[in-house]
Design a protein around this ligand. Structure first.
Ligand code: HEC
Ligand code: HEC
Length: 232
């Protein structure tokens, strides 16, 4: 099972400090994003015992229409795969969507309903998704510049996302390996246009300095990495 709960307080506090630092470093939208409701939702959710079976039921009822039966996403619509994503990262994103309005209007409506915006619902959903096997056929790019993609990734991204793009269990950093190309490139274009708030300015500056070709190369490279160590 991902995340043994209840976790030690110091551990939770270290994560929240890091999250606060991440949320606090975001420039114009910083005030909205240090929303105490979101921080409390994350803290409370992480302190609970997850019930992945209940998460599965919530998922089927509210999410599978868009994210797919197996949570492998929908490349044609740039809907991300969620199966095997990091649990802590998922909790922070569900809280961000529920409380902060991360740009995702349809999602926002789904996640503001009753149980889904409660700490237990958030934790159960995250635990279920983190424990599911990752998709086997992610969408790829054209395959033209995979070495350049690897070089740029190693230079600018691996220090946070991990050498194999496996993300982090300790910090709210997503796994990227095996994600759909269409979703990755959309997010990277959003970053380079400064449109997704929760990423730190240095990352936004770095992505803004990359050419469209380089962004495509990175997204293509990542979509082809095996999602080895994700989930936990
Ligand atoms: C109407 C379609 C739709 C529904 C219903 C929906 N989602 Fe999404 N979801 C999306 C789209 C589209 C995105 C990508 C948004 C973006 O580009 O930022 C997304 C993004 C996400 C993300 C962010 C993924 C990441 O890697 O950062 C999470 C987590 C998520 N959804 C979870 C859920 C859960 C849990 C539910 C059910 C409670 C749900 N979604 C219901 C369409 C949907
Ligand atoms: C300083 C650490 C750091 C670095 C360096 C970094 N990232 Fe990230 N990245 C993050 C964090 C934290 C998030 C989650 C942001 C959020 O909560 O929305 C993220 C989110 C993402 C996402 C969205 C994933 C999803 O599932 O929605 C993509 C794509 C991404 N990063 C790609 C990259 C690429 C490509 C690079 C290098 C060009 C990079 N990142 C460099 C920390 C970093």
């Amino acid at each position: 099972m991902p995340f043994r709960a209840p976790m030690e307080d110091t551990h939770v506090n270290a994560r929240l400090t890091l999250l606060a630092a991440l949320l606090g470093l975001t420039g114009v939208h910083a005030a909205a994003q240090t929303n105490p409701h979101a921080a409390a939702l994350i803290r409370d959710a992480m302190a609970l015992e997850p019930d992945a079976e209940r998460g599965a039921a919530l998922y089927r009822e509210h999410c599978s229409d868009c994210h797919g039966e197996k949570a492998w996403g929908d490349a044609a619509k740039a809907v991300p795969s969620l199966a095997g994503q990091r649990e802590f990262y998922l909790v922070t994103q569900l809280a961000a969507i529920a409380e902060l309005g991360r740009i995702a209007p349809d999602m926002h409506r789904a996640l503001q309903r009753g149980d889904l915006a409660q700490p237990q619902g958030v934790r159960d959903l995250a635990a279920y998704l983190a424990g599911e096997p990752p998709g086997r056929n992610p969408q790829h790019g054209a395959g033209r510049a995979l070495e350049a993609g690897e070089r740029a990734y190693t230079r600018g991204c691996a220090q946070c996302h991990g050498a194999r793009a496996e993300g982090s269990a300790e910090e709210p950093i997503p796994a990227l390996a095996g994600q759909h190309y269409s979703y990755l490139i959309l997010q990277l274009r959003n970053f380079s246009a400064g449109h997704r708030g929760l990423v730190e300015p240095p990352v936004l500056d770095f992505t803004a300095g990359l050419s469209p070709d380089e962004l495509e190369a990175i997204a293509d490279y990542l979509s082809r990495l095996p999602p080895a160590a994700a989930g936990r």
